[in-house]
Design a binder for this molecule. Sequence first.
Ligand code: TSJ
Length: 637
Amino acid sequence: MDKVENNYGADQIQVLEGLEAVRKRPGMYIGSVSARGLHHLVYEIVDNSVDEALAGYCKNINIEIEEGNIIKVKDDGRGVPIDTHEKTGISAAETVYTVLHAGGKFGGDSGYKVSGGLHGVGSSVVNALAAWMEVTIEREGGKYQMRFERGNTVQPLTRIGESNNTGTEVRFLADDTIFETLEYEKEVLENRFREMAFLTKGLRITLEDQREENSKKVEFHFEGGLISFVEYLNRKKEGLHKQPIYIEKKGEVPVEIAIQYTSSYTDNMYSFVNNINTIEGGTHLEGFKRSLTKVFNDYARKNKILKEKDLNLQGEDIREGITAIVSVKVKEPQFEGQTKTKLGNSEVTGIVQTVMNEELAAFLEENPAVAKAILEKCISASRAREAARKARELVRRKNVLENTTLPGKLADCSEKNADLCEVYIVEGDSAGGSAKQGRDRKFQAILPLWGKMLNVEKARSEKIYNNEKLMPVILAIGAGIGSDFDVTRIRYGKVIIMADADVDGAHIRTLLLTFFFRYMRPLVENGNIYLAQPPLYKLYKKGMKDIYCYSDEEMDKKLTEIGRDGISVQRYKGLGEMNPEQLWETTMNPETRTLVQIKLEDAMQADEIFTTLMGDEIAPRREFIEANAKYVKNLDV
Ligand code: TSJ
């Protein structure tokens, strides 16, 4: 705190200017003022309690969404220090809420703060963006309270009673003049708190949504920590071994890892640094992957599972079907990458590698049956990869011979700059025909799909390369597939899935999205995938321009506006019912259409959605397809 000036007045002015900047440009501090930014406020506050738990002083965190979207967070930690700063005359507690980035400057922390980390912008930012905030601290035999409005202190820290407990409680209402919405989504918060609880073994987090009638408290508390986490992620999959492999090493850089293989064909790895999800991976994940490959190959050779003449298993073979969590704690994490979610500290690679080399090798020695089950799968993955490579070569050679790289049914566009081009993937020949006639052939290409769609969730990659329905999609996009996929080579900036607004259409959409997610992930991450939104209804009347409605609500609204007199309603059952001009006007014309962009920022949720949608269990899938609107929303969050 040595930069605080001796002059109380001047310092206060500086404080207010700081928070005013936050209110002027909130996006700079919390990313956005959408629902996402709103939820960030809660994370920001809860992270402080989690820090207190990491420091070993807090066991319970209780969160409530009160009526009117007021958030309450209460922990049983030591309570924010209340002593008055001798120079400023302001309590330490008040400083936390009113000085930008003041959090973490107090002593006695765990050293691995979540807050002050990636999204740790400090509680003062939340305060600045709250219509009001009320803080209650129990500490040193007393109960203290203070209150702020839009970041300004309206009641400084005051002793309001006695208490034998310790802890911190914060209640706040986000400022509706800043945020687009104040409506919290319970599931979004739940997912976050569940993850927090998995990552902090023993911590008990509860959430109660009092906006609901008969609201119930949900509790997240996992004595198994990361072991519980992988069991949870695999709960709809079939494990190759019962107990997850668990590795933990305390030290300068504490490392915690849990692994469980499943019978699925994809890998599912998540990494964390100081409890922050490193979506782009980084040095810790690199160390993990290197060691995984080495240890399994060494074990397989030593135990003659791989013969001398055999090639080594490759990393991707050894990761097929794996679910793994890698969690490290780093004192001064460097975050890199596009979204600043990639760990850059180079020393961490070696540390994770060493821990894994020792502990995983020891585990395999002690559990030969598990080692054998996993290696059998790796070997068949390796064979499948080899078969896929041959199939791919075949495709390449065929293309060279026939001198055509594009599928026959593709109606390509004339524009050559991929950024300006779009391809509509259309189910069914009749809709494909209308789309071909209705499009603007300068920049819009049409690819009609036919044949049996393959469920990629249940098939290994070699089948994908030979599938008659997916092959045209791969060729049209023109950027390869799987580990070969190169997003810089895509032939269209927008890949638009156009399917009917019914259950079959939902099925096709899901299959294609799953395929893109599993085999062309960068396309999804880049935001190149869109869903076309065909209208559900047409309202028409003599002498009136046709009105198209894209939802029931929109139709109700329009009917109220224009009155029902003499209006006829046509319900579109499929794209095929529209003529080319209508299809252009309602669904394809960039001036008038609506596109839903698919964005997958939460890979974990996406994996679960696709496992549910495409896996073997039928009941959850039916529920999911019935709740189709919600599913698009989930993908969209
Ligand atoms: F964000 C926040 F400041 F608003 C906030 C902080 C919100 C909530 C719900 C909890 C907390 C918080 C802070 N809980 N526990 C703490 N602990 C400390 O700030 C603390 C306590 C004692 C000592 C010490 O050295 O004695 C040090 C610290 C940092």
